[in-house]
Design a protein around this ligand. Sequence first.
Ligand code: CA
Ligand code: CA
Length: 297
Amino acid sequence: MKVLSKDHVIYFFNQENPACYRVEDGETFWVETDDCYSGQIKDASVKRPDIDISIMDCSVGPIYIEGAMPGDTLCVEILAIQFAPQGVMVTSKGLGVLGERIQEPDTKIIPIRDGFAYFSDSIRLPLTPMIGVCGVAPKAGLNVHCAVPGDHGGNLDTKLVTVGSRLYLPVEQEGAGLAVGDLHACMGDGELSGTGIETPGRICIRTSVRRDCPVSRPVIETRDALYFLASAPTLDEAIHTAVSDGVQFLQEKLSLSFPDAYRLLSAMCDIQISQVVNDWKTARLHCPKFDTKIETL
Ligand code: CA
Ligand code: CA
């Protein structure tokens, strides 16, 4: 099985980045990734203001997927995530939801072993592995920093981008231009202090080109549900788009009028927050697979 090294990274998602790797449609492969700080924080002496934040969230790729053409959908199945033996969490003035309460920057190194993150001598956390950045080349003319989420995916910071999930992304360029990075050993919805447990590691994924389920934005499929993701400058706008995508899906799949699909969505679906700490916020509509007609995209 191919292992794509972390030597080739992008800092922006666009259509100008030359492809660094090539994989077949349906191929399974590993991708090695640094943490979101590009390995700049090796120990607790390095604080967030000391590092170069312009290279944060850099992502390994672009990966050219044979056969992917504009208008197709790329299905990224996450099969396994493995971690290096330590992760890091920083706090810094202004970072996260309560950043105004941080006076001095601080770095915490968190050992990872045997399926746990050792937050302190007395607190150990079961790992909740997830991928922070996973995206494809956006529409022509766009140049989106890897730290920003959007319709192309990118820094979605969504804990459901995890082992066992499928992430569907809209292909805008031949070969798709997939890039991934920003692994987290643990992260809750919101990424509230501004970081998860940021950890280098490697990801095993399978990429397949789909022509039967066009998407405009990222959609996640788990065994029990579909999640319609949307990112926007405000959470309100993100919620509006995610709900709109969900209603359209229910209308088409179940042959419903708008008012009926809207009512059904209100009865069965949940709005959830993926993250509130990036420049654009990400919300997702959780649509459980409550009817056989909506078991697939
Ligand atoms: Ca992130
Ligand atoms: Ca991160």
